[in-house]
Ligand binder design. Structure first.
Ligand SMILES: [Zn+2]
Length: 300
């Protein structure tokens, strides 16, 4: 049986986050990345603002926190290495594909921006976790998001269902995750949602040039896409099993549909990362396609 388009997108496009040293997708030509200069970071943020993309969460990250690298990645579009704060992007995301600096966001495809935001979200969570959300310069929304993340890690991502076979999503198994596995599963699930939100926002907006926040019909279209993505089980992360025996079988365990993102998490991410107001989220929540996920019993 051939995997569905949704499944292929899930497996091939999204990146990985890892605290482990062994990662697939990095060629031996990798070189140590350079911290992003202040001016490059400012350009990234200003490019994002011009595209009506969220930037408030990015402004919490000091410019020199992330080490950017470019490489000819074969398996994934990008990788983020937690401990080293190292972000490896495919060379196609660099200026003139030269592998030196990030290309302007206006020159990126919607898929490339999805990948970039997925990775930047990993860096953001890495920064929050490494500072405990207590450092000066971290806004209230970010500090509170870290609290939400720690609470949900314990009550949502410790006992999960996984789908061991990518092409048999209905066959699931239970797993109790270690602390690092559950943190990785949460991070990946949330980054998948953020990347998707950016991609789908751009897809909706390109038809009319307006912002989904300011034009109700675009917001309605976005909410409809959100309902479809939930019903397709698109918001699922994965973790690298710590158990050596299990890691011999697979490098990644993908969560099953029943362990995908909950409405509570989506709501927190929409408000605290994407910058949606309570009114905007309230409007989205009225979309008929979201009633199943909104009314699902909360595991926490
Ligand atoms: Zn990732």
């Amino acid at each position: 049986m051939m995997p569905s388009i949704v499944l292929l997108r899930y497996l091939l496009l999204w990146c990985c986050v890892s605290g482990f040293a062994l990662l697939d997708g990095v060629s031996p030509r990798s070189v140590q990345g350079e911290p992003l200069s202040g001016s490059m970071w400012e350009r990234l943020v200003s490019d994002a603002e011009q595209l009506h993309l969220p930037t408030a969460f990015l402004k919490n990250i000091p410019p020199d926190f992330i080490r950017f690298e470019f490489d000819d990645l074969r398996t994934y579009a990008a990788e983020y290495h937690l401990g080293e704060h190292r972000l490896v992007l495919n060379r196609s995301l660099s200026f003139n594909a030269a592998g030196r600096v990030l290309k302007p966001l206006s020159k990126m495809t919607h898929k490339e921006l999805e990948v970039l935001y997925h990775e930047l979200f990993h860096a953001y969570m890495d920064y929050l976790a490494s500072t405990g959300g207590q450092t000066a310069g971290i806004d209230d929304a970010s500090a509170s998001l870290l609290d939400v993340a720690r609470r949900l890690q314990a009550c949502r991502y410790t006992d999960v269902a996984i789908a061991p076979l990518a092409h048999r999503q209905h066959e699931t198994e239970s797993r109790y995750l270690t602390q690092s596995e559950s943190w990785e599963a949460l991070n990946e699930t949330w980054a998948v949602f953020i990347g998707w939100a950016i991609w789908s926002q751009l897809e909706v907006e390109r038809k009319g040039g307006g912002s989904i926040i300011h034009q109700q019909r675009y917001l309605d279209q976005w909410a409809q896409r959100l309902g479809q993505a939930f019903s397709h089980g698109e918001f699922r992360g994965y973790y690298v099993p710590q158990d050596e025996e299990e890691r011999r079988m697979t490098q990644k365990r993908f969560l099953a549909g029943q362990s995908q993102l909950t409405w509570e998490e989506a709501k927190a991410l929409m408000m605290q990362v994407l910058g949606f107001s309570i009114e905007v989220v309230g409007h989205i929540a009225k979309s008929p396609g979201l009633s199943v996920v909104i009314n699902a019993p909360s595991p926490c």
